[in-house]
Design a binder for this molecule. Structure first.
Ligand SMILES: Cc1cc2nc3c(=O)[nH]c(=O)nc-3n(C[C@H](O)[C@H](O)[C@H](O)COP(=O)(O)OP(=O)(O)OC[C@H]3O[C@@H](n4cnc5c(N)ncnc54)[C@H](O)[C@@H]3O)c2cc1C
Length: 438
């Protein structure tokens, strides 16, 4: 590929304590905490709303906040869960962990406005300016053009580890052959008789074999996550897979957004013809953000691994504990890969009530950087552990820890590795974090 040199002086539009890239679950949690600790914070979000996969991506449900005994995503996670419950109202038919995206957007907007965080939508981080291992500025692109933001501490919550990768932190993608979990273009469905569906006791998954025989689908994918109730007669669909998508390539994202939209009518036919309660259902929309389960994993000072999951690890520097099973959607569709997934997800890599693993602070500190933290689905872990810690309550846990750590670095005028871990844990406990071993 040929290249050109492009040199331009940029307006320096903001000078803050903490810069946050991305306003998904991790970025929101990080920004809220850093701001509440007295820091000036700027958050850049590329999409038209806050919330990441849970809003723009239309992921219709939160996975578990607790392990059946302890509320692990306590602090920001609890605050958001309770705020969404109030937004739904007492008489709501929408189950507790299901997400009406429009309500969640309002919840996030309000929390961020109240916190005093400065944030801009439709604003993408496109580069960083660093001196050695120290980041100095983030370069953003928005409607007005390109501008710089100066900060003392940076937090990468882009999900894909954009900022960390551009800052030179090492990262991994996928398994040994580079295979990553497929994405999903989530969707919204109206005209569903949800009560009839629930009363029928029918599992859409059990209807797949017949639909495959009837050639309803272009791809016979046995891994069918399904529909969640997000309104009286509205469901959120987590159906279909984008096999082979790479979220760090716009060519790949474009290809799979188009493919996802082209294939959703197959699911419309499937639900109308095979699933009770969906006879009159209509597909009314799909996510503006393609649902991405996995892309870069930024390598930090510790790489949380499957063995840590198995041994219910405790770490001296843990900033939270979590428990969701290892949920790795197979990278190619087949009865064999789905069977292996089921075995792992439902049996071998799933905890009993009360169990959890620790997440060390060192998973948030990318190598080769001194004032950058990473939170959310791209923290330092192996592929198996990413399959657990990636879900939204897990991202609230790592996000709030990164926000607190960045605030302390600003207050103590120190780099991210020079923090007093005991003090970090103490201050996280003060805002509700579950840290029984600290
Ligand atoms: C199909 C699917 C189903 C899922 N199901 C569930 C589920 O049922 N329950 C659950 O809890 N979790 C689920 N997950 C996982 C969960 O939604 C994500 O892993 C989680 O949202 C990750 O949070 P995050 O903050 O790290 O990143 P994201 O939610 O991806 O948010 C990142 C944000 O950063 C922004 N961004 C990215 N790059 C830039 C940039 N360069 N500049 C500025 N902004 C940028 C994005 O627009 C986005 O808003 C699912 C995921 C998928 C894809």
């Amino acid at each position: 590929m040929s290249s050109v040199v492009y040199r331009k002086s940029l307006p320096l539009r903001f000078d803050v304590d903490v810069f946050v890239a991305g306003g998904g679950p991790a970025g929101l949690a990080a920004a809220l905490v850093a701001s509440r600790q007295g820091c000036s914070v700027f958050l850049a979000e590329a999409q038209s709303c806050l919330g990441g996969m849970g809003t723009a991506g239309m992921v219709p449900a939160f996975m578990t906040f607790d392990n059946g005994v302890n509320f692990l995503a306590d602090g920001i996670g609890r605050e958001i869960k309770e705020a969404l419950a109030r937004e739904k109202g007492e008489d709501s038919v929408i189950p507790e962990r299901c997400i009406p995206a429009e309500m969640l957007k309002r919840v996030y907007d309000r929390l961020m406005l109240e916190s005093g965080v400065k944030f801009l939508l439709h604003t993408a981080v496109i580069d960083v300016i660093a001196a050695g291992e120290e980041l100095q500025m983030a370069v953003c692109a928005a409607k007005s053009g390109v501008f710089a933001v100066k900060a003392r501490q940076f937090i990468d919550c882009s999900g894909d580890g954009d900022l960390a990768a551009w800052a030179g932190a090492p990262f991994e993608k996928g398994d040994a052959e580079g295979n990553m979990m497929p994405g999903t273009l989530c969707s919204l469905w109206a005209g569903v008789n949800v009560d009839e569906f629930l009363a029928s006791g029918v599992s859409p998954r059990d209807k797949l074999a017949q639909a495959f025989a009837d050639q309803v689908f272009t791809v016979n994918d046995p891994h069918h996550s399904g529909m969640w109730r997000v309104g009286k007669s509205v469901t959120g669909g987590n159906v279909g897979h984008a096999f082979g998508v790479d979220a760090t390539s716009e060519e790949s994202l474009t290809e799979f957004l188009l493919e996802g939209r082209a294939r959703l009518p197959e699911f419309e036919r499937f639900y109308r013809e095979y699933v009770p309660g969906f006879e009159q259902s209509e597909l009314v929309g799909s996510g503006s953000l393609l649902g991405i389960r996995e892309s870069r994993r930024i390598m930090g000072d510790y790489v949380l691994g499957l063995e840590d999951f198995k041994r219910r690890a405790v770490f001296a520097d843990e900033i939270g504990r979590y428990c969701y099973p290892v949920d790795i959607h197979p990278y190619k569709p087949s009865p064999e890969t789905y069977k292996a997934f089921e075995q792992e997800f439902h049996q071998t890599l799933r905890y009993a009530p009360g169990e959890s693993y620790g997440i060390p602070y060192r998973c948030l500190t990318p190598q080769k950087t001194s004032n950058l933290l990473v939170a959310g689905r791209c923290i330092s872990c192996d592929q198996k552990m990413q399959g657990s810690v990636r879900v939204m309550p897990g991202c609230f846990i790592t996000g709030q820890a990164a926000g607190m750590a960045a605030a302390m670095c600003c207050q103590n005028n120190c780099h991210s590795r020079a923090l007093d871990i005991k003090e970090l844990q103490q201050r996280l406990r003060e805002i509700g974090a579950f840290l029984p071993n600290a």
